[in-house]
Design a protein around this ligand. Structure first.
Ligand code: ARG
Length: 591
């Protein structure tokens, strides 16, 4: 469906051209003074310079030439040269009717379908998922869903970290603790046990200890680095042990992403890029892109215009070991080969921005990707505690993701139980959905690049700009619909009237909010900005609740009017449903 704002712009632009001015001055925006008008056009101000005329004179001419257009309920020129516009209610009701008849609620599919890979997992095997893993998962899932909804082919990749120093640390730590295990017997020829020599909880204990040790014990660190090298070069025992680490850990990681309602199309790991490394390295050497510097193989990515330090990309260490750079570059080779993507989006901590700048430059310079391929880095900020420092547990440790989810659910559960009568099981079930919504909405409602403060009390509140408030509004609509159905009949989706009757202020506000949906979605997609969806549904929820308080929907005597209202709130509910689906949030039936 053509966006309402474009329809209005087109008509205003006709006014400009009719009066001899350039069409582009007709651009209309949503009013930033909703107390004065719904939409506005500021084009006369800029046109004034080009045509050397007073802005108000231009505005007056333009308004005169289009004021009889039935699109407008009111259009006027105001000093110093603004054009203030209200559209007529018939336009709004007709527009909503068309939305209601469309499964996509007026949002067109893209005409330029792209294949997009979103790299947004980044959890590391053998390390417990902590709060730092929540942001990429939550933001990335939503970015992926936005693009899918717009009609693109989107592949979400977990890209688990399974190939670096942590693996070496675990191996040497185990070797010290349990030297008798066959993985460490260099002469062992038989089959290694199918069962892992550790459980997930043991594994999660091992890594932090080994990591701590490596910080103070130089020899231990060196041994771990050697182990990584051996592993990368096919040491049989280490390889088998590493398989166990992955199997045990990935099962647990999957469960946690599942709990977050985050689903990947692809469960690739850094190590999956390995087969692509030798050819890539050879190619970079043959084409003269890579050279040896201090024993290591590197590709320079510095440009003359750089003002900040821009270290080269490290392809191989002097001992031939591969690095984080190597796997990311080889992963690009792999993705091009498997999916031929038009765009790759990385949702990663913004502290890795420079790193990705180097990776992108290197892949362009060495032509790993075609020039048309977009490489985007969507860096997210840190989730802080109320003290403004990265969020920690009460005793200062890093909080595990399951604990965080558990705490939020508990908080919501208490709130539900405090003012409603509900069975334990039902309340727990609702708390799980609402809790996750609180957590995700608390995150997604902030611009991704910004740091934000995690505040359980605020996030779980049923009032204000929160997930629970949005869900509560949806539940409210559902309950009105159920009451209506009980007293009358099956609600009709598109019983909109011709818009010539009386429309109250809050009713018009609600309609204006609803008709903005397709425009908002396109902006959210163009700017990779889930927070725009949150802002929109918050405004929509406010409009709905004001409307609800000012009108007695169920008691309304004019049945035709009542039917229109019922259609209106159903449309609003469908918009909410679509939006929260895109944010990967679920709504309960009651709250
Ligand atoms: N595992 C990495 C880390 O913990 C994040 C991975 C981000 N994605 C990527 N393609 N490098 O820092």
């Amino acid at each position: 469906m053509e966006k309402l704002i474009h329809i209005i712009t087109k008509e205003v632009a006709k006014g400009f051209t009719a009066c001899g001015y350039e069409e582009t001055y007709g651009t209309v925006t949503v009013s930033n003074r909703p107390d004065l008008c719904q939409y506005q056009c500021n084009g006369s101000m800029s046109a004034a310079k080009q045509y050397k005329k007073a802005p108000i004179a231009i505005a007056n001419e333009v308004v005169d030439s289009i004021k009889n257009n039935p699109l407008f309920d009111k259009i006027e020129a105001v000093a110093p040269g603004f054009i203030n516009i209200n559209v007529s209610c018939s336009v709004l009701t007709a527009y909503m009717k068309e939305m209601a008849d469309d499964a996509r609620l007026g949002c067109d599919l893209t005409t330029e379908k792209k294949t997009i890979v979103v790299d947004y997992g980044g959890a590391n095997v053998a390390k417990p998922l902590h709060v730092g893993h929540m942001r990429p998962a939550v933001i990335g899932e939503s970015i992926k869903r936005i693009y899918k909804f717009m009609g693109h082919e989107v592949i979400g990749d977990a890209h688990l970290g399974d190939w670096g120093l942590p693996m070496g640390l675990i191996i040497v730590y185990l070797k010290e603790k349990e030297p008798a295990l066959p993985y460490f017997d260099e002469g062992f020829q038989g089959e290694y046990p199918a069962e892992a020599p550790f459980t997930i909880s043991e594994l999660e204990m091992i890594y932090p200890e080994a990591s701590k040790r490596s910080k103070s014990d130089e020899a231990f660190l060196q041994e771990a680095q050697d182990a990584v090298f051996k592993l990368q070069n096919g040491h049989r025992g280490y390889y088998a042990l590493w398989q166990h680490i992955i199997n045990v850990s990935v099962a647990d990681i999957k469960r946690l992403y599942d709990d977050l309602n985050v689903y990947f199309e692809l469960w690739k790991k850094e190590s999956d890029a390995r087969p692509y490394i030798p050819d890539m390295v050879q190619y970079m050497k043959d084409e003269g892109y890579a050279h040896i510097s201090e024993g290591a193989l590197v590709v320079d990515v510095k440009e003359d215009t750089d003002t900040k330090e821009m270290p080269p990309c490290m392809i191989l260490k002097s001992n031939g070991a591969t690095l984080y750079d190597t796997t990311d570059l080889a992963t690009i080779v792999e993705r091009v080969k498997l999916f031929n993507p038009d765009q790759i989006i990385y949702v990663v901590d913004k502290r890795q921005e420079l790193y990705f700048e180097r990776i992108f430059r290197c892949s362009r310079k060495t032509k790993l990707v075609d020039s048309h391929v977009e490489l985007d880095f969507l860096g997210f900020g840190t989730m802080n505690g109320k003290d403004g420092k990265p969020f920690k547990t009460r005793d200062g440790g890093i909080m595990r993701l399951d604990d965080l989810i558990g705490n939020v659910n508990e908080e919501v559960y208490k709130k539900i139980m405090s003012n409603r009568e509900m069975g334990e099981e039902e309340a727990r079930d609702i708390a799980k959905k609402v809790g996750l919504a609180a957590l995700k909405y608390g995150d997604l409602s902030n611009q991704a690049t910004k740091d934000y403060v995690f505040d359980v009390d605020r996030f779980t509140s049923f009032e204000g700009n929160t997930g629970p408030y949005i869900l509560y509004t949806m539940v409210r609509i559902k309950s009105i619909l159920a009451k209506y159905k009980e007293a009358n009949q099956e609600p009709v989706l598109n019983a909109f009237l011709d818009g010539t009757g009386e429309y109250g202020k809050s009713e018009i506000e609600l309609m204006l909010s609803a008709v903005r949906f397709n425009d908002m979605m396109e902006h959210a997609a163009d700017e990779m900005a889930p927070h725009k969806i949150c802002q929109y549904i918050f405004d929509l929820a406010n409009a709905l609740n004001t409307f609800y308080h000012e009108n007695k929907i169920i008691a309304e005597e004019n049945k035709e009017k009542q039917k229109e209202w019922i259609s209106m709130i159903q449309l609003v509910l469908r918009i909410f449903e679509l939006c929260i689906e895109i944010l990967a949030i679920e709504a309960p039936e009651k709250m």
